[in-house]
Design a protein around this ligand. Sequence first.
Ligand code: GMT
Length: 387
Amino acid sequence: MKIGIVCYPTYGGSGVVATELGMGLARRGHQVHFITYKQPPRLSAFQENVYYHEVNNADYPLFEYAPYETALASKLVNVVKYEELDILHVHYAIPHANVAYLAKKILLAEGRYIPVVTTLHGTDITLVGKDASFAPVVQFSINKSDGVTAVSKSLKVDTLNHFNINKDIEVIYNFIDFARFQRSNKEHFRKAIAPDGERILIHVSNFRKVKRVPDVIKVFKKVNEIVPSKLILVGDGPERTKCEELCRELQVCEGVRFLGKQDAVEELLAVADLFILPSSSESFGLAALEAMACQVPVLSTNAGGLPEINIHGKTGYLSDVEDIQDMAMNAIKIISDEKTLNEFRKNALEQAQTFDLENILPHYENYYQHIIDTCVYDRVALTSEQG
Ligand code: GMT
């Protein structure tokens, strides 16, 4: 198949899922065309069957906001036409689903039908999407997509609750690439971070409000009072300064290291004993799955899709949002003895293996084929209608 992938070229979340999916499909012989405004971070090396098309947004003094959607739609029209794509897969509804719809209409006027699959990732529904300034467009463009997938059952339910949807939503879980995410021996690294054999707690995120990073620091303070520990915070974003202030206020700066954005997250996970994700909303929690693949148990809230990934009492623990005390007690339960920690590590890996990229890729291939096949009738009817 010739597949076009549209996504945000970001470090985490939907951008990573889209990039890994495209690279996986390319390895299986599909021709994959990424269409984004910047090269996605994980797409830096040459790979057979992978093509990258940058969206150039023309600037003009009149534009206070350069019209990215118009530039993206034009690029999509060109790539679909000249690369003869079979399907377009857009990740994150805003604005990709509505832009894809516009491109589809333009192509239709030229007698070409391009099926569009939209994958919903989370905040495009639960936070930004349901905001009145976006909601009508989000609902319309989901309903106009030929296929719609959601990354968890919880996100599917949220989508159906927030919007009036007349499409089937297929749940296809996010996945893990075990060629990259596995526990490697980084003992020297561990020694550098925790020279006196302290436990290592870790959090990885974009430091947005929804991640509740200050809760990670509060949990760490309580845990460290009982079990000597260190905390590494990976990522950057709007809440970072507030978190640094909180560390000073709680007098825990000694034990906390802010590492900023890191490419090789797996190397840090390889030395960690516990991953903390106290989000108030999380459709899936890819960062938690990456930790589990590296045999790191997860302490998370029970928000959104997290209970579909993290199994309470087995791969980690689930707590109510804001329940710092419960999270701290659960952390101590896991890390205070080696035998329990190893049991949780083993379970975390086993659970992560059920999300192996190699098992998830065929779901996407079958879904694309199903959408292409069912669109045959629309294609004949609509192109003749346009003609
Ligand atoms: O984590 C974020 O806030 C970024 C966001 C995104 O769209 O890039 O992540 C969402 O998509 C990820 C990939 O499907 C999910 O693993 C995250 O749970 C989801 N984030 C939220 O729902 C807050």
